[in-house]
Design a protein around this ligand. Structure first.
Ligand code: 1HN
Length: 358
């Protein structure tokens, strides 16, 4: 055997031994792992998925008989992306979505946590959320903020089950190893004291004025507790004659009145109207989105998968997957939230028009 054929074999053996020794030192050579460290474009593990309200609702009612909110801490059905495990708390991207429900008379005890949270009301009327001494009675379609580290509890004082979509930046807090949680232990440990009147946060911060003698707790968190469905839906209809966004129709962001930015430092939330017969242009972006159908019906093409949705359904669009929406039979209103503020903050946001439609 000549030296030229012997050398590569010998080299391979030497390399293998070298890699094994490195492995024992908890070191990986970049050249064995280049595909994950350097990519032409994102390789996204999350997959598009839809959770249908007609499937969730019966499970919600069963869950109501089987476990109390006290036993559960929060009675939430976590919507976990089929690509991930429950412990990741990942619905898509850096955001979590879950269906929380309260039966008549039930209370979800007060607590606080470092992840930021928000709610979009799916069904029912008459439950409250209390945040930092103010209660808001929630109605279908309302958007309620519960920013990081604010005491909050929920209670159902109505005679009907209530369900809402919880949105949290839980995967991001976990990724950063910065997830803290605390139970409220004052009094009965269930409800925080209410020391502000209903609507206080709207009057104080949400009507184009603010108290001149007071500084907000944290300017990156919206101080507005409840963005009412009736107001927000009205806004969309007031702009319905505009062209809107070619990719999203008449879409408006819920804003923090303190800085015009997103309602939570990590999550942007939107409400969008797809007018009768509207079919948007396709695009893709590096933010990941959780969509919830607030009103009407229609469809969304996500990559190669077409989802036909109706009121109450929740679906996800992962980063960098092309998508387009349409209304069907009438008009549709979609609520959505994304991790875009995280991408924006550090220069990772990218967007590109698709080439499927002109
Ligand atoms: C949580 O604290 C709430 O406060 C809702 O209502 C959903 C999901 C995971 C972890 C904590 C709430 C949650 C949550």
């Amino acid at each position: 055997m000549s030296a030229t054929t012997q050398l590569p074999n010998d080299l391979k053996a030497q390399r293998d031994a070298f890699h094994e020794e490195l492995k024992a030192m908890s070191i990986t050579p970049l050249w064995l792992n280049l595909a994950t460290a350097a990519q032409n474009e994102p390789k996204v593990d999350a997959v598009p998925h839809i959770w249908r309200w007609r499937d969730i609702k019966p499970m919600m009612l069963r869950g109501g008989d089987l476990i109390s909110p006290q036993e559960a801490e929060r009675r939430v059905l976590m919507l976990i992306n089929p690509s991930f495990e429950a412990k990741s708390a990942r619905t898509v991207g850096m955001i979590f979505g879950g269906i929380q429900f309260l039966m008549p008379g039930e209370i979800a005890d007060s607590h606080r946590h470092s992840p930021n949270a928000q709610r979009f009301i799916i069904e029912g009327e008459g439950s409250y959320t209390a945040v930092e001494g103010e209660r808001t009675i929630m109605k279908k379609g309302d958007f309620v903020t519960t920013p990081a580290w604010r005491w909050h509890d929920h209670g159902n004082e109505s005679d009907q089950p209530m369900a809402w979509l919880d949105g949290l930046d839980l995967p991001f807090a976990n990724l950063l190893d910065a997830n803290f949680f605390e139970d409220y232990v004052e009094g009965d440990g269930q409800m925080q004291p209410i020391y502000r009147q209903e609507g206080d946060s709207i009057h104080r911060w949400g009507r184009g004025m603010r108290p001149a003698w007071q500084e907000p707790i944290e300017p990156r968190q919206s101080p507005v507790l409840n963005y009412r469905w009736t107001d927000c839906r009205d806004n969309l209809h007031a702009l319905r004659e505009e062209e809107g966004s070619p990719f999203d129709g008449i879409i408006m962001a819920y804003v923090n009145p303190l800085n015009g930015g997103p309602t939570l430092p990590t999550i942007s939330a939107y409400l969008q109207l797809l007018r009768k017969g509207e079919h948007t242009r396709s695009h893709r972006h590096t933010s990941s989105t959780i969509y919830h159908v607030a009103e009407g019906g229609g469809g969304t093409l996500v990559g190669d998968t077409e989802y036909l949705w109706e009121e109450g359904d929740t679906f996800v669009i992962p980063s960098w997957v092309e998508h387009e929406h349409w209304s069907d039979g009438g008009e549709a209103v979609l609520f959505s939230y994304t991790d875009r503020p995280i991408l924006n903050a550090f220069g990772f946001y990218r967007e590109a028009a698709g080439d499927r439609r002109a």
